[in-house]
Design a protein around this ligand. Structure first.
Ligand code: IPE
Ligand code: IPE
Ligand code: MG
Length: 241
């Protein structure tokens, strides 16, 4: 059963600039970024987060220089290998969303093994987006949709989940680090009513306190979903869940 709590999605941006500002190669930023991922995953369950989707590699990131792509793929591979056992022990279920056909066979196998080994976890659903493009996923879901007899937004969302290898509830809070204010083709369907937080902090510097602050800001916001404000209606829904 899918746990009930917040779905937080993070565009983990700023690794390269963080490294360059320190006179380091960009890949040093990616390595430091993995540590930030560890911090955030550790902190998430206690903050009421039940699903955490992290943008690790976009379909457009293939256009980066080959050595950087190779390192990024290696970091994903190593991260999955080292964390699978602790995730299973801590009730963290991992799934990887995005295309798999362009990944190496070794990485595909590690992904499948991690998904199987952690499949029973109920404390947190961790979704890593690798070779991910929201538009591509929506397009591929649309191509499959003609086979579906029940035509509804919910059934489309289910097909989209299948295309992504694993679905999830809509995003409640979407955070982007690194100062840019754009979505870069991330979770376009699922974020229709997400609250957005853009922070100038570079991803390698992001920690549990930043996530805590973002959640506090989220909880102070009023989500209206097209309705009138709480005060006018006399009732309504705050950003708590
Ligand atoms: C995000 O950091 C990590 C990935 C896109 C894989 P960047 O590598 O985009 O860092 P900046 O934006 O160049 O600083
Ligand atoms: C988005 O960051 C992708 C990830 C964080 C994995 P980018 O750095 O690739 O996005 P743009 O190019 O600035 O839009
Ligand atoms: Mg970037």
């Amino acid at each position: 059963m899918e746990p009930t709590g917040l779905h937080v999605a993070i565009i983990m941006d700023g690794n390269g600039r963080w490294a360059q500002a320190r006179g380091l190669p960009r890949v040093a930023g990616h390595r430091a970024g993995v540590e930030a991922v560890r911090r955030v995953v550790r902190a998430a369950p206690a903050l009421g987060i039940s699903t955490l989707t992290l943008y690790a590699f976009s379909a457009d990131n293939w256009q980066r220089p080959q050595p950087e792509v190779t390192i990024l793929m290696r970091l994903v591979h190593e991260y999955l290998l080292t964390e699978t056992h602790p995730w299973a022990a801590h009730g963290i279920r991992v799934s990887v969303i995005g295309r798999r056909d362009r990944l190496s066979r070794g990485l595909r196998e590690v992904i499948e093994a991690a998904e199987v080994a952690t499949g029973q976890g109920g404390a947190l659903h961790l979704r890593l987006a690798v070779d991910y493009s929201a538009r591509e996923a929506i397009f591929r879901a649309a191509c499959r949709f003609y086979k579906v007899t029940e035509l509804s937004r919910d059934s489309f969302a289910r097909v989209l989940g299948e295309v992504n290898h694993d679905g999830a509830a809509d995003v409640d809070l979407l955070i982007r680090t690194g100062g840019e204010q754009r979505l870069s083709d991330f979770l376009l369907w699922e974020s229709a009513y997400a609250e957005l937080i853009f922070t100038p902090r570079m991803w390698p510097e992001f920690g549990a306190e930043d996530l805590d602050e973002a959640i506090a800001e989220f909880r102070a916001r009023e989500r209206r979903f097209g309705r009138v404000p709480d005060a006018a209606a006399g009732c309504g829904q705050r950003a708590t869940q």
